[in-house]
Ligand binder design. Structure first.
Ligand code: ATP
Length: 378
């Protein structure tokens, strides 16, 4: 109500809309001078130096080129892929036919991508060689907007289910669309340096399959038995950077926590199912047969979980070491263990300890580190 009735807000919104429209049409027309003129007209200043002395707006070359061929005269110029998606498109029919897939279905893959980034920085946020995890979801023409909305919602739900913190994710809808898209949005994550893109969701229409068909001369069509007709499917893509995901998890999970006794601990509050080491097994002392008992426990858990064995230093110090690498559970073998076959299991986040029977350990640890509950919640 306030937004639609307050004179000042309405006036500002109209200004924003006018600028956005002008910006969008300049981008779409590749009008570099027009973009520069917007910067000049709006009197935009560099937030760091305070200057308005801008260079001309230029188009940057974002692809890496190289040569293929043994002799230089015969070599042809090729480009390193800036996204992994095209491999999926050229294999679309192989997968559909051999997997006997019916539309709608998706193909997902992970692989290297290369971009000639002008400024590669912010740790592993922006690199020239990175790893992408992409899915192309093939749908009936005309249903792509529904699927686009479905995947936007699903992917956001998945990010939130990782438990990296409330309010850490948000959508950013694209103003300017790439030449192949009819809708696009980013899921942004609040990195230590602000909200930045983590994943892109794009409705790519039939652009890619159509182009491959055109330039290869090979049909890339799907026969839809329900409609009794062939068509080039439309595609909704989800594209996420593995490295950015890793940075998102690490940066949001790392905490320096003040404890009640005034000391601090470094702790990686990483979700248990993502923790690289799931469990640490520690004999309270190095003697009295406790290390041997600890080894027996490892023999129970080692087939399913990455573990660490640690008998060095005081137990408190050992807990801290595990906290710092995000190990969700520490199992301690003490003298009582020798008497009644129970151990303590300490939880990283709450630091609480519980006594449990060794016979129940496998079941307890399996349940606690399983990703199944998260997947079921989606
Ligand atoms: P940005 O606007 O940050 O440059 P983009 O819009 O070019 O990203 P997309 O083309 O949508 O990104 O690529 C999909 C995903 O690949 C991104 O969401 C991101 O996670 C990842 N990605 C893109 N470029 C890089 C890079 N240089 N280094 C690491 N990851 C990247």
């Amino acid at each position: 109500m306030f937004r639609s009735t307050n004179g000042r807000v309405v006036e500002n919104q109209t200004k924003i809309d006018t600028i956005n429209t002008r910006f969008k049409s300049a981008l779409e027309a590749n009008d570099m001078e027009g973009i520069k003129q917007i910067i000049i007209d709006l009197e935009i200043v560099c937030p760091i130096s305070g200057t308005k002395n801008w260079t001309d707006v230029r188009q940057f070359n974002l692809m890496f080129s190289t040569e293929m061929g043994s002799v230089s005269e015969d070599s042809s110029k090729i480009y390193l892929r800036p996204e992994t998606a095209q491999g999926i498109f050229v294999n679309f029919l192989n997968v559909q036919k051999t997997g006997r897939m019916r539309i709608p279905f998706g193909i997902a893959q992970i692989g290297k991508a290369f971009r000639n980034e002008i400024v590669a920085r912010q740790f592993i946020f922006r690199m020239r060689e990175f790893e992408q995890m992409e899915m192309q979801f093939f749908v009936r023409p005309g249903t792509e907007m529904e699927w686009y909305e479905t995947w936007k919602a699903k992917r956001m739900q998945w990010h939130k289910a990782l438990g990296l913190g409330e309010g850490k994710q948000r959508f950013h809808d694209h103003l300017k669309l790439a030449h192949y898209a009819n809708a696009a949005a980013d899921i942004e994550f609040e990195f230590p340096f602000g909200f930045k893109e983590l994943e892109g969701i794009h409705s790519r229409t039939d652009f890619d399959l159509k182009s491959h068909e055109e330039f290869s001369g090979k049909k890339l069509r799907y026969f839809d038995p329900e409609l009794n007709e062939s068509y080039i499917p439309y595609v909704v893509e989800t594209s996420i950077g593995l490295d950015r995901m890793f940075l998102a998890i690490l940066s949001s999970a790392y905490n320096e926590e003040k404890l009640e006794d005034g000391s601090t601990r470094d702790v990686l509050n990483i979700p248990a199912f993502l923790a690289p080491v799931k469990v640490a097994v520690m004999p309270l002392t190095k003697k009295d047969g406790l290390p041997e008992k600890a080894r027996e426990i490892i023999d129970i858990l080692k087939y399913e979980h990455i573990y660490q064995y640690d008998e060095k230093d005081a137990i408190g110090k050992r807990y801290r070491r595990q906290d710092a690498i995000g190990t969700p559970f520490c199992i301690t073998v003490d003298h009582q263990t020798l008497e009644d076959n129970t151990v303590t299991i300490r939880e990283r986040d709450t630091m609480t300890q519980e006594r449990v029977a060794i016979a129940d350990l496998q079941r307890i640890v399996n349940a606690k580190v399983s990703i199944n509950e998260v997947l079921k919640s989606l």
